[in-house]
Design a protein around this ligand. Structure first.
Ligand SMILES: *Cc1c(COP(=O)(O)O)cnc(C)c1O
Length: 401
């Protein structure tokens, strides 16, 4: 059995690379704070309509500077990532339009938004959906360009992270290549990237390589573990203006929206996010390293540069998988005495087991793990506010398997 110290030594090079990226992104975020002239007055809460809510407006401006976009919507009134993605799609698409996913199926919790019967789904509104599978974990350029010619989609959709699939996340380089091709089409479609779990993992974000819109959750990477709720949507002025009509209403756009508790946690969370993401990335590599030593397959392998904060661990049976998820809960600061079990959850098709003994309920930038109970038995492990916390997990794992 290799000791944790030995595994850490083997990962020294990868850790250094992660630290370099965090350093680069910390500067990027710090520069944005200066450019936007953030002051403590931005933290103040507002009530009611929230007209002239400076904290809200400056926070949106800050995100658009960090993500190099013209405009952004950042709000605690966006309830989660799936909600943020729905707002984007309803904002950009009209009856008879087509959305073309070029990274295979969308995240499980979007199924009813796309295809639900008589529930106000996109399909109900006459919006068509086409999907192209990835080929060897990359975009299938030929099929994509053909499909764009044939269907003339209004929106091209990319899911950067892996979701509940056994693929790897998509890299910025892969996106850059395909986006350049898509942009050459006459009247190019909006390129929308579900950026969940991808923020600050690389030096660039998808909007820096051609995406029109990126969208994500504030209880994941960009909330830095401090944001208590919310979501963000950042992109071109044209796209964000259309999306604003759905975020509030066509008559209200971005003029309204209050939050009485104030915005400090959102600002401070964004400031911490590059570091927090690095902690999570290193933790995931260490846990992956332990499991690899024990003979389990991990995705991506530790030789590869990560493109999201998840480490998939592939088990051979349900019991081993459940044991892993239960350990995550057991070593969590909150609800450590609760034993999670596989359960039916809204929005998911299979039974799911989840561990999230987190300060912010369900926050998966904190140490957490979830897994649908189906073959191949994959635990999706992510987060950790401090590397040291994840290291404790690794120590336990070393004894457990
Ligand atoms: C988390 C996530 C979402 C949104 O999930 P919520 O639980 O609604 O915040 C969407 N896509 C991906 C890839 C995700 O990881």
């Amino acid at each position: 059995m290799a000791s944790i110290k030995e595994i850490e030594k083997k990962l020294a090079k990868q850790f250094e690379k992660i630290d370099d990226i965090a350093f680069f992104n910390q500067k990027k975020v710090l520069d944005a704070f200066a450019e936007c002239k953030i002051t403590t007055q931005c933290f103040a809460g507002t009530t009611g309509y929230g007209y002239d809510d400076q904290g809200r407006d400056k926070l949106a401006m800050l995100f658009s500077h960090v993500f190099k976009t013209e405009k952004a919507i950042v709000s605690p009134l966006i309830t989660c990532g799936s909600h943020a993605i729905s707002i984007v799609l309803y904002g950009l698409l009209r009856p008879n339009d087509t959305i073309l996913s070029i990274s295979g199926q969308l995240y499980d919790t979007l199924y009813d938004t796309l295809f639900g019967k008589d529930n106000g789904s996109l399909e109900n509104f006459g919006i068509k959906f086409k999907q192209i599978e990835l080929k060897n974990d990359n975009f299938d350029k030929e099929l994509i360009l053909k499909a764009i010619k044939k269907y003339k989609p209004k929106v091209i959709f990319v899911q950067r992270s892996r979701g509940y699939t056994s693929r790897k996340a998509l890299s910025i380089k892969q996106m850059q290549e395909i986006f350049a091709e898509i942009k050459m089409v006459k009247n190019p479609p909006f390129i929308v990237v579900d950026n969940c779990y991808g923020e600050f993992v690389e030096e660039k974000e998808p909007t820096e390589v051609g995406a029109d819109v990126i969208v994500g959750s504030l209880i994941k990477n960009p909330g830095g573990g401090l944001a208590p709720t919310g979501g963000y949507i950042a992109g071109t002025k044209k796209a964000i203006d259309m999306i604003s009509t759905r975020f509030t209403s066509p008559s209200l756009l971005l003029e309204v929206g209050s939050y009485e508790l104030g915005y400090r946690m959102f600002y401070q969370g964004l400031f911490l996010a590059p570091h927090t993401v690095a902690q999570a990335l290193k933790g995931a590599m260490l846990v992956g390293g332990v499991m690899e030593e024990k003979g389990y397959k991990i995705i991506p392998s530790n030789d590869e540069q990560p493109d999201d904060i998840i480490k998939s661990v592939v088990f051979t049976n349900e019991d081993e998988l459940v044991k892993f998820v239960q350990l995550v809960q057991k070593i969590s600061p909150i609800d450590s005495f609760i034993v999670p079990m596989p359960w039916d959850m809204p929005g998911y098709n299979d039974k799911v087991i989840m561990a999230a003994g987190t300060f912010v309920s369900g926050a998966s930038i904190e140490l957490s793990c979830d897994s649908p109970i189906k073959k191949p038995y994959i635990a999706y492990f992510q987060g950790g506010l401090t590397y040291e916390h994840v290291k404790i997990m690794a120590e336990h794992l070393n004894k457990l398997y």
